[in-house]
Write a protein that binds this ligand. Structure first.
Ligand code: SDX
Length: 427
């Protein structure tokens, strides 16, 4: 079972079959065009593998997610975001010294150049923070031009990794301060990554701010759950951009832009807006489900469905439980959580959703937890980006370490065949 046979007209071709470490199988078509003159066609890459990766394993049918072999449920319960970031990027769980060096290295890079503060003055008051994050990450490349070199040393990669993880949190928090008209809060290197982010987001120079440990832990868990997800739209964008040897800053900035879309990371903001709309319409979840089933409506149940998961998204299960725990601890009675649970009950028992194997994904409950810990709706996708940053970096690093070629897909041309130019007076 190590080759597949392809018959075209009266000729037969053998294509190698390759197998992954979890028994998944693929037909290697890298020589298909050379040998047959044919290419494959797979708009949206629903059946096409773009690479061989050792970072994250998903089993969509059984709702399994593992980072470097470790189940997401164990990492969410026992690890921390920066430890998971190290695992994804460098391949192994760090020793305590490695984790200490990584963590303190990130703490030392939390400041952004004072000239970058001026950029915030140019954005409109209600600028979407994803637009700020994407442009500011790209702008970091102008302050660290060495990162553009094609042959970066491991130390140059490592410092860029730390700069990106550290400064992205500062950039994100300052974009929120900008939207509130509040003074920015400088990072405090004595704080943990999450505590420092919460401090930069919510502290004010006029009063004491104490980071709540439950909020800090909930945020850390959310970031772990978002840290990587194999070849999703934004990770593939990072790999594609990075394959031209554009800098890591440029590749990550392109990933932020891809994540912004409502079909991808932008869904978490859309879910809350959808739940708010249901609440304002009297909480009629059945009506919203019927609208999502009606193709003519153009409406989709945001936070439902997934390209890979044809079962429950394991992250959604963990976030749903965290919602219950955090809201109970804070005595919050968020009607949107009740609406979300009712929506889930109605949808997962409806044939339309069952036939299409549409279940809640990571975005369905995450917004409710972000709200509970005080993150404003317009920052939800930014939080997704901060969580996904180590995964994007790991994907970029694997692509560059494996010397993968520049990504340049083929196409099937379906436009006009050759025709002569028609002068203006004859059109
Ligand atoms: C993320 O890839 C990743 O790993 C992404 C992510 C990550 O961690 O990186 O997990 C994060 O992006 C999660 C997904 C967030 N997006 C949403 O919640 C938006 C709503 N969901 C969909 O738009 C959709 O389910 C996608 C985009 C997530 C997946 O789309 P696919 O795989 O291209 O599936 P499809 O559009 O071909 O849909 C298959 C069928 C269609 O109906 P038919 O044409 O077969 O009759 O299911 C229907 C769709 O109309 N459908 C939905 C639906 N999602 C799919 N119908 C109603 N509501 C929905 N949410």
């Amino acid at each position: 079972m190590n080759s597949a046979k392809l018959k075209i007209d009266d000729k037969e071709f053998e294509l190698p079959v390759i197998e992954g470490s979890e028994g998944e199988k693929a037909i290697d078509i890298s020589r298909l065009r050379n040998d047959t003159g044919y290419i494959t066609s797979d708009t949206g890459y629903k059946s096409t593998g773009s690479t061989r990766s050792a970072i994250t394993f998903l089993d969509g049918e059984n709702g399994i997610l593992r980072y470097r072999g470790y189940p997401i449920e164990q990492l969410a319960e026992k690890s921390t975001f920066l430890e998971v970031a190290y695992l994804l990027i460098y391949g192994e769980l760090p020793t305590s010294k490695e984790l200490e060096d990584f963590t303190s290295g990130i703490s030392r890079h939390t400041l952004i150049h004072e000239d970058m503060k001026k950029f915030y003055e140019g954005y409109p008051a209600k600028a979407h923070p994803m637009g700020i994050l994407a442009s500011m990450i790209s702008a970091l490349s102008t302050f660290y031009p060495d990162a553009q070199k094609a042959d970066l040393t491991p130390d140059e990669v490592d410092v860029t990794v730390k700069r990106l993880i550290a400064k992205s949190a500062t950039i994100a928090a300052w974009s929120f301060k900008k939207s509130q008209g509040h003074p920015i809060m400088y990072p405090q290197n004595r704080l943990s990554y999450c505590a420092n982010f919460l401090h930069m987001m919510f502290a004010l120079p006029t009063e004491e701010y104490e980071v709540n440990e439950t909020v800090e832990k909930a945020l850390d868990t959310l970031l772990i759950l978002h840290a990587d997800h194999e070849q999703n739209c934004s990770a593939s964008t990072v790999r594609m951009a990075g394959s031209s040897h554009a800098s890591l800053y440029a590749a990550i900035s392109s990933g932020v832009c891809a994540l912004w879309g409502p079909l991808h990371g932008g869904a978490n903001q859309e879910v809350i807006e959808m739940l708010e709309q249901i609440r304002q319409n009297g909480g009629d979840v059945k009506k919203m489900v019927e609208k999502a089933k009606d193709k003519k409506s153009g409406f989709r149940l945001m936070g439902f469905g997934h390209r890979v998961y044809k079962n429950f998204d394991p992250r959604a299960k963990i976030i749903k439980k965290a919602c219950d725990d955090v809201l109970e601890e804070f005595g919050i009675d968020d009607p949107l959580l009740d609406i979300a649970k009712s929506l889930e009950e109605v949808a997962v028992s409806d044939d339309y959703f069952l036939e299409r194997k549409l279940y809640p994904n990571v975005d369905f409950y995450s917004g409710i937890l972000y709200r509970a810990i005080g993150i404003p709706t317009e920052m939800f996708t930014v939080m997704f980006a901060l969580g996904r940053l180590p995964g994007w970096i790991a994907q970029w690093k694997e692509m560059r370490d494996n010397n993968e070629p520049i990504s340049r897909p083929r196409q099937l041309y379906v436009g006009h065949t050759e025709r002569d130019y028609v002068s203006l007076d004859k059109r």
